[in-house]
Design a protein around this ligand. Structure first.
Ligand SMILES: [Zn+2]
Ligand SMILES: [Zn+2]
Length: 448
C-alpha cells in the first residue's frame, strides 16, 4: 500500500511539467497550415521597396493578435514624399533581456517565372513611372511568414522566457534604406534598446530543412558609385580631332581590376563590378560622355575607404594619361545615402546560436556557411562603427533537396540564385525550420 500511495503522486510530479512544457517543434506543426496559407498569399502579392503598405498592415495585424503593442509607419527616409512602412511590435513578459527580432517586407521588380501555382502575376509602377512585374525573389515572404509564426509561438511559450521582444517589420531592405530610417525615427530610444538583435535570411544555396551559420563578417559593405567620364566628341572617322571617352572608360574598367589584384591585401575581399555603362547614339559619332554605375564590395571599413579612393585616383589618372584637360576630369560620386554596411555576426552570440540550432533541428542540419559579398542592412541594428549591439543573422535553406542533389552533379546547371525570376523556395520545410530555429534561439537568449 505504501508503495502505491507513493508512486501515484511521484508520477504526477514527473508528468505535469512535461505536459506543461510545450516545445517549439510541437507548436510549429500546429501553426504550419496557417503559415503556409499566409506565405502563399504574401508570395502572390509582393510590394516594391518603399511601397509595403499592405504587407506592413498585415504584419501589424498579426502582431496585435498575439498581444504586442504595435506602432505603424515607423521610419524617416531622407527622400521627402516617401512613407516608411516600418512596424514595431513589443511583447512584454516581465523583467529580463530585450531581444530584437527582424523581418523585412519588400519584393523586387522582377517578373516571376518560378512556375509555382501561387506565383505573383502582379504588376506595378516603379518610381521611374515604368510598369514592372513584382516578385518576392529574395524570399522576404518566407521571412514574414516565419516571423509571424515566431511571434505566435513565443506568445504561447511565455512560461519559458522573460523580458521584452521587439518585433521589427522593416521596409526597403532591397534599396538599403529601411533599417537606417527606423533607427533615425527612434527605434532604440522610443522603444527598448536590444541586448541582442537576431534575424534570418532564406538561402538559395542550402537545402530546405537545414540552416547555415557564419561567424564574423557574413555580408559585405555595399557602395554604389556613379562615374561620369567627359570626352570631346566628334566624327568617328576623325578620332585625332576628339578625345574619345569610350576608350578612356575601357581603360578605367581594366585598371580598376588591379585594385583587387595588385593594391589590396589578398586576404581582404574586394569586388569592383561595373554593372552599367552607357555612351553614344550611333556608329560613327564619338560620344561626349560615358556614364558608368559600379557596385563596390568590401568588409573592413579601412579597406572600403582605400578602394573608393583608388577608384577615383585611377579614373583621374587614366584621364590625365589620355591628355584630358583639368576641366574635363571624370567625376566619381559615391552614393552615401545608399550605403549598406557589412553585416557582422558577433562571434560569441553566433557560437551560442549555432549550439541552440543544433539542439533544435539536429546536429546534421546545421552547417557553417561561407561569408558572401552580398549585402543586408540588418547590419544597421548592430550600430556602427563598433557593432556594439551583438547581432546574428543565420541562413535558412530553401532549396528542394532533390534539386539540390541534382545541382551537385558534375556539369549540372547552377541553382537559381536569390533575385532570380526562377527562385522558388519550398515553403515546407523551409518555414518550419526557420520557425523552430528562430523560436528556439529567442527562448534560449531569454530563458527563465
Ligand atoms: Zn535581396
Ligand atoms: Zn533579402
Amino acid at each position: 500500500m505504501k508503495i502505491r500511495a507513493f508512486s501515484i503522486p511521484l508520477a504526477l510530479v514527473v508528468a505535469s511539467p512535461l505536459l506543461a512544457q510545450q516545445t517549439p517543434q510541437q507548436l510549429a506543426d500546429a501553426e504550419l497550415p496557417s503559415l503556409l496559407a499566409i506565405y502563399k498569399d504574401l508570395h502572390a502579392h509582393p510590394e516594391l521597396s518603399g511601397h509595403e503598405e499592405k504587407s506592413a498592415a498585415f504584419i501589424a495585424k498579426e502582431l496585435k493578435a498575439v498581444g504586442c503593442e504595435v506602432t505603424e509607419k515607423v521610419g524617416k527616409y531622407d527622400k521627402p514624399n516617401l512613407t516608411s512602412y516600418g512596424v514595431v511590435g513589443v511583447m512584454k513578459n516581465g523583467a529580463g533581456p530585450t531581444i530584437l527580432v527582424r523581418t523585412d517586407l519588400d519584393g523586387l521588380p522582377v517578373t516571376e517565372e518560378s512556375g509555382v501555382p501561387y506565383a505573383s502575376k502582379d504588376k506595378t509602377t516603379n518610381d521611374e513611372g515604368k510598369e514592372v512585374g513584382v516578385m518576392h525573389a529574395c524570399g522576404h515572404d518566407i521571412h514574414m511568414s516565419t516571423f509571424i509564426g515566431t511571434a505566435r509561438l513565443l506568445a504561447k511559450l511565455k512560461d519559458q522566457w522573460k523580458g521584452t521582444i521587439v518585433f521589427v517589420g522593416q521596409p526597403a531592405e532591397e534599396i538599403g534604406i529601411g533599417a537606417r530610417a527606423m533607427l533615425k525615427d527612434g527605434l532604440y530610444t522610443r522603444w527598448p534598446k536590444p541586448d541582442f538583435a537576431v534575424g534570418l535570411h532564406d538561402s538559395a544555396q542550402i537545402e530546405a530543412g537545414k540552416i547555415g551559420v557564419t561567424e564574423g563578417f557574413t555580408y559585405a559593405n555595399v557602395d554604389s558609385v556613379d562615374v561620369t567620364v567627359p570626352g570631346v566628341g566628334g566624327h568617328g572617322a576623325y578620332p585625332h580631332k576628339t578625345k574619345d571617352p569610350v576608350v578612356l572608360a575601357a581603360d578605367m574598367i581594366t585598371a580598376w581590376q588591379t585594385i583587387a589584384s595588385r593594391e589590396n591585401n589578398p586576404v581582404d575581399p574586394v569586388v569592383v563590378t561595373v554593372g552599367s555603362i552607357h555612351a553614344g547614339t550611333k556608329h560613327n559619332i564619338i560620344s561626349d560622355e560615358v556614364k558608368m554605375q559600379l557596385t563596390v564590395r568590401t568588409y573592413k571599413a579601412d579597406v572600403r575607404e582605400r578602394v573608393l579612393a583608388a577608384i577615383e585616383r585611377i579614373a583621374k589618372g587614366c584621364a590625365t594619361a589620355a591628355g584630358m584637360p583639368p576641366d574635363r576630369m571624370p567625376t566619381v560620386k559615391v552614393r552615401q545615402d545608399e550605403f549598406t554596411p557589412a553585416t557582422y555576426n558577433n562571434p560569441e552570440l553566433t557560437k551560442r546560436i549555432f549550439g541552440v540550432l543544433q539542439k533544435a533541428i539536429g546536429n546534421n542540419n546545421v552547417e557553417k556557411s561561407d561569408a558572401t559579398m552580398g549585402g543586408e542592412d540588418f547590419s544597421e541594428y548592430s550600430l556602427l562603427p563598433d557593432y556594439s549591439v551583438p547581432a546574428c543573422m543565420f541562413n535558412v535553406g530553401g532549396v528542394d533537396p532533390k534539386k539540390f542533389a541534382e545541382s551537385q552533379k558534375a556539369g549540372a546547371a547552377p541553382l537559381p540564385s536569390l533575385h532570380s525570376s526562377k527562385f522558388a523556395p519550398v515553403p515546407e520545410p523551409t518555414i518550419r525550420t526557420g520557425l523552430i530555429g528562430m523560436t528556439s534561439v529567442v527562448l534560449d537568449l531569454m530563458k527563465k
